[in-house]
Design a protein around this ligand. Structure first.
Ligand code: OSB
Ligand code: MG
Length: 373
């Protein structure tokens, strides 16, 4: 496909509720959106980098400069075959995986439209519906924490993930478990614990959680492997897994028994599918993580989650949990069974609300001439 223009824009959107993790509170998002014009069609991509480099070392402002000065020019140079050709075009640039993913995913979005295929089918998806969980942020009080869980269970979500940190863990797990003895429960520490906390982490076993996500350092395999030997509960790695090789290393070292795949964190759909496949071959289930995405990133997450080894409920939840008004149509809804239907129409399966996006835009830049003007 011949790319006519790449439009970058920053939109700002308040979250309907603050989201607190061990690395900070998010009340609103600054989001880099990518729009690629090619052959009369428009592909969209969303960069999942946050406002600060707290979850990962990327942030929206680094992604902006990398897309503009390094990646977009490489993509514009000559016609690109398809989404799968992007990693090779970008390989001179080290790191900056969220920036890379925002472009690569927009190319996949375009490719699906050109082939008149559902994005899910193009990626190798097989599911008609995906199983949904929620990630519940750290709440100011125990009462509010229990209310959030109650609301999510009433809505049908199949797995409740509780954000935790030292001082906000076992007491909260105990209260939740006591009230809901059978719920599928997990926790996510976002790297808040250290080796000195080993014995404390062992006490998490009694709550019979599906998994403990990223308890230790964001870049570690070795100490997670030591910890996994001492835990009955499965460790799930999120931050540590940057690519397929990391997934292979983590599986081989037994640093985890489950992997959270975030398409932005690993640099795009190509690498996400590669991790999915490598994990499947080794009997390791994966699930699709979330980054408080708008409907564009959410639509892409739904397509990815339709692959067969995405066999545990993901953090892909309804639009209304995040936004008063989402930027896609229809917005993402979750059934009372806790499922999202995978679109079967060509492309991403959700229309992009350009007028609303225009209103939310605070800066815009275009690489290439474009044909739309
Ligand atoms: O660790 O999974 C995480 C949000 C931002 C950064 C990191 C994480 C999260 C979530 C929210 O847990 C998932 C979502 O609902 O999008
Ligand atoms: Mg996580």
């Amino acid at each position: 496909m011949k790319i006519d223009a790449i439009h970058m824009r920053e939109i700002q959107m308040p979250l309907v509720q603050p989201f607190q993790t061990s690395f900070g509170v998010t009340t609103g998002r600054r989001i880099l959106l990518i729009e690629i014009e090619a052959e009369g069609l428009t592909g969209w991509g969303e960069c999942v980098a946050g406002e600060h480099p707290y979850y990962s070392d990327e942030m929206i402002d680094t992604a902006w400069i990398i897309v503009k000065s390094e990646l977009a020019p490489r993509l514009m140079k000559e016609p690109v075959e398809n989404g799968g050709a992007c990693p090779n075009l970008f390989k001179r640039v080290r790191g900056h995986r969220m920036a890379k993913a925002s472009l690569e995913n927009a190319v996949w979005d375009l490719e699906a439209q050109m082939k008149k295929a559902a994005l899910a089918d193009l990626l190798g998806g097989e599911r008609e519906v995906i199983a949904c969980g929620v990630s519940i942020g750290i709440q100011p009080t125990m009462e509010e924490q229990m209310e959030k869980i109650e609301t999510a269970l009433a809505a049908g979500y199949q797995r409740i993930k509780l954000k935790c940190q030292p001082g906000w863990d076992v007491t909260m797990f105990e209260a939740a478990r006591k009230r809901w003895p059978d719920m599928v429960m997990s926790c996510d520490a976002n790297s808040a614990y250290r080796i000195k906390d080993m014995e404390h982490l062992e006490t998490f076993d009694e709550f019979k959680m599906l998994m403990i996500e990223q308890p230790l350092w964001y870049d570690d395999f070795y100490f997670h492997s030591m910890l996994q030997k001492r835990l009955a509960t499965a460790i799930c790695l999120d931050e540590s897994i940057r690519n397929r090789r990391d997934a292979l290393a983590a599986i081989d070292m037994q640093s985890c028994r489950i992997i959270n795949v975030k398409v932005g964190r690993v640099g795009g759909f190509s690498e996400a599918v590669a991790i999915h496949n490598a994990a499947a071959e080794r009997g390791i289930p994966v699930w699709c993580g979330g980054m408080l995405e708008t409907g564009i990133g959410r639509a892409h997450n739904i397509a990815l989650s339709s692959l067969p080894n995405f066999s545990l409920p993901g953090d892909v939840s309804a639009s209304k949990r995040y936004w008063k008004e989402d930027i896609i149509e229809p917005e993402v809804t979750v059934s009372t069974k806790g499922e999202i239907a995978v679109p079967t129409t060509p492309g991403r399966g959700f229309e992009v609300r350009r007028d609303l996006i225009e209103k939310l835009t605070i800066r815009k830049e275009t690489i290439g001439a474009g044909v739309r003007g």
